[in-house]
Design a binder for this molecule. Structure first.
Ligand SMILES: CSC[C@@H](O)[C@@H](O)C(=O)COP(=O)(O)O
Length: 355
C-alpha cells in the first residue's frame, strides 16, 4: 500500500505563515498568508485554522513571526514583556482547547535562559518548529495504540475532524485509519457531519477520501441508528481538553455519542496527546466552554434557515464525564480507567501501570 502524504495545514516560512483555509474546504484548497499576531488571532477565532494541536502549533509560530519582527530591539526585558503581551493576546482566541496555552507557554519557557534578544528570537523559532515536529510523531504513536484496539473489518464512528489537518500530520482519532490504510488493514469509518460548522462532512470525509480510507457520511441524528444497523464496533473521538479526573471536552455532540455507546454496549475511545491533558483543571465543570455566534446555527452556507429573531444557544463543545470513556489513548500508552491516578502518572512521564 502506498503512503499518502496529506497536505500540511500550518506551514512556517520565517516571515510569514501559510494556513490551509479550512473554511473553504472541500470546495477549494486555498492558503491564507499570516504576517501578524492580529491576523493569526482572527484566523484561529474564525476556525480557518482549527483542531486543538493545530491551533497550538499555529500560535507557537505566531510568536516566532512576531519575534522575527523585533530584530531592532536590544533590551531583553522589553522584548520578553512584549512577547508576554502577544502570548496573552493569542491565548484569548479560543478558550476550550488547552493546547493553545500549552504551546504558547512552551515557547515562553524556551527563552528563560536567553542572554540576548537575538538568542531569544532563535530559541523561539526552534521551539515552535520542535512543537510541530513532535506533534507528527505523537499523532503517529497515538495511531499505533488506537489501531491495536481495532480488528480488520471493523466499522468505527467518529465526530468533528480529529484528523491530519487538525494536527501536524495523521490526526489523533483519525491516525489509526491512516496507519491501517498504509498497511492494507480494512477499516470503515462513519463520519458524523458535525453541525453547526460541518467539520465532519467538509473536512473528515475530504481528508479520508483523499487517503483512500473507506468513509461514509451520516448526519448527527443518524448516529444511534447507524451504530445498530451498520454494526459499529467502537466510537473514537479527539478532544480539546481532558481534566485531571478524565472528564473530556470535545466538539458539541460528543457527549451524546458517549451516551449512545454506553446504551448500545460499544466502547467509546478518546484519542489525545499528553498536551491536551490539563491537570490544573480538576474536572469537566471547570473547563471553559466556548459559545459562538448565533449565525452558525441560524444560517447554513450563508443562507438563513431559521426565523429572524429566534433565540439561539450555540456551545461549540460539550463535556463527556469520565465514566462514559472506555479508554484514553495517548502517545505513551492506553489508559483504561482510574483516570485521576493514571493521567497524572502518564502526564509526568513516569513508568506506566497501564497497557
Ligand atoms: C485533533 S484534536 C480534535 C479536536 O480538536 C476536535 O475534535 C475538535 O473538537 C475541534 O473543534 P474545532 O472547533 O473544529 O476546532
Amino acid at each position: 500500500m502506498s503512503k499518502h502524504t496529506p497536505v500540511q495545514s500550518v506551514q512556517y516560512r520565517g516571515d510569514h505563515l501559510l494556513l490551509l483555509d479550512q473554511h473553504e474546504l472541500p470546495h477549494k484548497m486555498d492558503f491564507i498568508r499570516i504576517e501578524t499576531t492580529e491576523q493569526l488571532w482572527n484566523a484561529i477565532h474564525a476556525l480557518q485554522v482549527r483542531g486543538a494541536p493545530a491551533i497550538g502549533i499555529a500560535a507557537a509560530f505566531g510568536l516566532s513571526l512576531w519575534a522575527n519582527q523585533q530584530k531592532e530591539e536590544s533590551d531583553l526585558r522589553t522584548f520578553t514583556h512584549q512577547l508576554k503581551i502577544q502570548r496573552n493576546y493569542l491565548s484569548s482566541a479560543r478558550p476550550t482547547a488547552v493546547n493553545l496555552c500549552w504551546a504558547l507557554d512552551r515557547v515562553m519557557q524556551s527563552i528563560q535562559y536567553a542572554e540576548t534578544v537575538q538568542d531569544a528570537i532563535q530559541l523561539i523559532e526552534i521551539e515552535a518548529l520542535t512543537i510541530q515536529r513532535e506533534d507528527e510523531a505523537t499523532c503517529q504513536q497515538i495511531g499505533e495504540y488506537a489501531l491495536s484496539l481495532f480488528q480488520p473489518g471493523d466499522h468505527i464512528l467518529t465526530i468533528c475532524n480529529p484528523g491530519a489537518i487538525a494536527t501536524a500530520r495523521y490526526g489523533t482519532a483519525l491516525a489509526p485509519f491512516y496507519l491501517a490504510q498504509e498497511r492494507g488493514v480494512p477499516l470503515s469509518v462513519y463520519a458524523c457531519e458535525t453541525r453547526p460548522l460541518l467539520q465532519g462532512s467538509r473536512l473528515t470525509t475530504w481528508e479520508l477520501q483523499q487517503a483512500g480510507v473507506d468513509v461514509t457520511l451520516i448526519t448527527d441524528n443518524m448516529a444511534a441508528h447507524t451504530i445498530r444497523t451498520k454494526k459499529i464496533s467502537a466510537i473514537i473521538v479527539g478532544c480539546d481538553r481532558i481534566a485531571a479526573n478524565g472528564d473530556t471536552a470535545n466538539k458539541i455532540g460528543t457527549f451524546g455519542l458517549a451516551l449512545q455507546a454506553k446504551a448500545l454496549g460499544i466502547p467509546f475511545y478518546v484519542a489525545s496527546p499528553l498536551s491536551t491533558i490539563d491537570l490544573d483543571t480538576p474536572s469537566g465543570e471547570s473547563i471553559p466552554i466556548e459559545e459562538r455566534h448565533p449565525e452558525e446555527v441560524t444560517h447554513l452556507a450563508g443562507r438563513r434557515i431559521a426565523p429572524e429573531g429566534i433565540k439561539v444557544y450555540n456551545p461549540a463543545f460539550d463535556v463527556t464525564p469520565h465514566e462514559y470513556i472506555s479508554a484514553i489513548i495517548t502517545e505513551k500508552g492506553i489508559i483504561f480507567g482510574s483516570y485521576r491516578e493514571n493521567l497524572a502518572i502518564i502526564k509526568n512521564q513516569k513508568n506506566l501501570l497501564i497497557s
